[in-house]
Design a protein around this ligand. Structure first.
Ligand code: ADP
Length: 202
């Protein structure tokens, strides 16, 4: 039986760092952000639906969707934002499920779904177990400022726009404290995975 794990975090919590560690262990990671990009590529069902809804203006000269234009369009318009999500989200779930099923058929022991908004979008039904990568706020702000070259004010605004990591801790089956070194994080990850694998075998 395959164990399906949902990996989540908050901005600059270290989710991608952990996700890369998991891939390096040879475990398949299905990345919601990547699938969301692929779902709207030229010729995909969502691509056509988006053009029907938002008009040909949002198509760039290359034929791809003009993400910036689309972003601007939905930024201040909640209705349009919801409509876009209504088109894209089911496609992303379908793509992720397809890959999950294929991994299960191949008998892979663990499959990880990397989903930034796992709790907010109520997608925990797609997985058996959830892992949250969290850091304390000062660490989160400092890493976000460094990674994205932001001022502390800008970094705070981005963090504040999200569900607080402290709230997500109560929702996760396991948490990885990423305040320390990358090695410490990796060791926590291994412990969680090994414990779950043992449980799943018994
Ligand atoms: P997320 O995917 O959650 O947004 P990242 O994995 O990109 O977060 O991590 C945010 C930033 O912090 C990156 O620049 C990353 O290299 C750095 N980082 C992540 N974990 C650690 C750690 N344990 N120690 C030091 N820097 C880290």
């Amino acid at each position: 039986m395959s164990l399906i794990v949902g990996l989540t975090g908050g901005i600059a919590s270290g989710k991608s760092t952990v996700s890369n560690m998991i891939s390096e262990m040879g475990i398949r990671v299905i990345d919601a952000d990547i699938e969301a990009r692929l779902a709207v590529e030229e010729g995909e069902p969502a691509y056509h639906k988006i053009i029907e809804e938002f008009g040909t203006d949002i198509v760039a000269a290359t034929g791809d969707l003009d993400r910036q234009k689309l972003g601007n369009l939905i930024f201040h318009n909640k209705e349009k934002r919801l409509r876009l999500n209504e088109i894209v989200h089911p496609e992303v779930r379908r793509r992720m499920n397809e890959q999950k099923e294929s991994a299960i058929r191949k008998g892979e022991k663990i499959v990880v779904l990397d989903i930034p908004l796992l709790f907010e979008s109520e997608l925990t039904y797609m997985v058996d177990k959830t892992i949250l990568v969290y850091v304390d706020l000062p660490v989160q702000l400092q890493r976000l400022c460094a990674r994205n070259s932001l001022s502390e004010h800008e970094a705070r605004a981005r963090v504040n726009a999200q569900m607080p990591l402290a709230e997500k801790i109560h929702l996760a089956d396991a948490t990885i404290n990423n305040n320390g070194t990358v090695e410490e994080t990796k060791s926590q990850l291994m412990n969680i995975m090994n414990a779950w694998l043992e449980e799943n075998i018994v």
